[in-house]
Design a binder for this molecule. Structure first.
Ligand code: TYD
Length: 218
């Protein structure tokens, strides 16, 4: 259900090291150069409380965090993000690009942590009052390639990133299943394509959505 016209809501999803933020930045500048107002944001985070929750759940050193607590922290951060940032921007008619949204919780906590994808989806739909993206761009990355990309230059891995490749493989399968379930709402691209090629494919998919008059996307 899409309840937020006149704006356009696009989520970028994928495993760690897929290159989501690069593609979100590429799309933002392409749309801005056409005179559109674009809001780029990310999860967990996007609000002051969300940034605090981000550091609680991602930084090492907070002791053991069990899977339910982890899922609820991500959902709490998302609730604030949806109501304080995303929905108001969509109501102002802006294009909202978010780096991760509900699918990340369904894949990481539902499948990765084995909490069950339906349960995790349900708490997140409740947390966001049903706010869904018009389009989700899924950058599909091989877990091993993703790990190589994100640790290039010795960057430290956060709590989730440092999980085993097998955990990341479950997440990849879950993302692909979500996309297969509702193909009309997804654009799935192999993350290893060159940056410019990916950017072009994404823009081509987004363009017709910009042309649709208010109310038609719902
Ligand atoms: P991200 O911000 O994409 O990582 P970075 O900016 O460090 O590249 O995401 C942080 C981590 O949080 C990532 O490993 C995925 C995980 N995550 C979840 O497990 N569940 C969620 O709901 C979200 C939004 C992220």
């Amino acid at each position: 259900m899409t309840t937020h016209n006149p704006g356009l809501f696009i989520a970028f999803e994928g495993g760690d090291g897929a290159g989501k933020s690069t593609q979100a930045a590429e799309l933002a500048s392409a749309l801005e150069s056409r005179g559109l107002k674009v809001l780029r944001t990310r999860e967990p985070g996007g609000t002051p409380i969300g940034e605090k929750l981000r550091s609680l759940v991602l930084d090492h050193g907070h002791g053991h965090i069990d899977a339910h607590t982890e899922a609820l922290i991500f959902a709490a951060s998302r609730a604030a993000h949806a109501s304080q940032v995303i929905r108001p921007a969509l109501e102002r008619g802006e294009v909202v690009l978010t780096d991760r949204y509900i699918d990340s919780s369904v894949a990481y906590q539902g499948a990765g942590r084995d909490l069950g994808t339906d349960a995790v989806r349900n708490i997140n739909e409740w947390a966001t009052s049903g706010l869904q993206p018009d389009l989700t761009v899924l950058l599909d990355v091989d877990p091993e390639v993703g790990r190589r990309r994100r640790t290039a230059g010795d960057a430290a891995e956060d709590r989730l990133e440092s999980e085993a490749d097998e955990f990341h493989a479950r997440i990849r399968t879950a993302f692909l299943a979500l996309a297969a379930d509702r193909p009309e709402r997804y654009l799935v691209l192999p993350a290893h394509l060159p940056v410019e090629k990916l950017a072009l494919r994404i823009l081509e998919r987004v363009e017709p959505l910009l042309a649709l008059p208010r109310g038609v996307r719902a």
